[in-house]
Write a protein that binds this ligand. Structure first.
Ligand SMILES: Nc1ncnc2c1ncn2[C@@H]1O[C@H](COP(=O)(O)OP(=O)(O)O)[C@@H](O)[C@H]1O
Ligand SMILES: [Mg+2]
Length: 227
């Protein structure tokens, strides 16, 4: 199953969800790979050391296995390059080039499937771009990660509106929730805000009994039902 994580605004928690969801799925024995597609603002490299980057993988016909960094049993990551040159290249990428990259991404996803991966989590760039909207097409399920502020909720409405013609299951993961909120969206998880969140990529590993970890447990249960 290909899980696409998207958001209207940056800093909503896509990467936090990607790493912790990936951790929990791997713990359930599901072979999982996180692919960082936020090439404009890479962040996974600061958690996981790697010398092979998704930027390269999506530009060349190279074996996917050479680009996987196994970070724990059943969990691999493919990180985006933090090099200024690569970030700049992504900023000026044409739509034609983006489309080629998406075509290549489909090949990569097929290869991961043939390697026995059960889940691939796509950590996309925020906002509406040619790349992020098209990336929804390669996912089986789309998860919008959002905070619960008024502007975030307005952003969510825009995301649903723009993706209306994309016939995929769409869900909302509310993150950094501070009060018991409810909205007219298909909310699958409410992840509380906590100042205990640190620089460690796997919060759920360290704080097993925390409310955030319980929210991830419920999310994983839901995802395993959806599959
Ligand atoms: N539930 C939460 N509680 C507290 N801090 C959080 C929570 N979720 C994410 N964060 C923090 O918020 C910041 C932005 O999250 P991040 O996952 O990088 O967002 P995005 O990938 O959507 O840009 C990070 O420093 C992250 O650790
Ligand atoms: Mg991110």
């Amino acid at each position: 199953m290909i899980i696409g994580l998207h958001s209207f605004k940056g800093g909503s928690g896509k990467t936090f969800v990607a790493t912790n969801l990936g951790y929990r799925l791997s713990e359930e024995g599901k072979k999982t790979c996180i692919i960082e597609l936020d090439m404009k603002a890479p962040s996974l490299y600061s958690f996981f050391e790697s010398s092979k980057f998704v930027n390269d993988l999506l530009m060349k016909r190279v074996p996917v296995k050479d680009y996987l960094t196994e970070v724990r049993k059943n969990l691999s990551v493919i990180v985006a390059s933090p090099s200024v040159q690569e970030i700049r290249r992504d900023l000026v990428r044409s739509d034609v080039e983006s489309l080629k990259i998406l075509g290549r991404l489909q090949e990569v996803l097929a290869e991961l499937k043939s390697m026995g991966f059960d889940f691939v989590i796509l950590d996309n760039s925020p906002g509406l771009s040619y790349m992020s909207v098209n990336s929804m097409l390669v996912s089986d399920s789309i998860f919008f990660v959002s905070r619960a502020g008024r502007d975030d909720i307005d952003g969510l409405k825009i995301l649903f509106d723009v993706s209306k013609s994309i016939e995929k299951q769409k869900y909302v993961i509310l993150n950094r929730v501070t009060s018991d909120v409810d909205f007219d969206f298909p909310i699958v998880a409410k992840i509380p805000c906590s100042c205990e969140v640190s620089d460690d990529p796997f919060f759920v590993e360290i704080h097993k009994e925390h409310e955030i970890s319980k929210a991830f447990n419920a999310l994983v249960e839901r995802i395993l039902e959806i599959v």
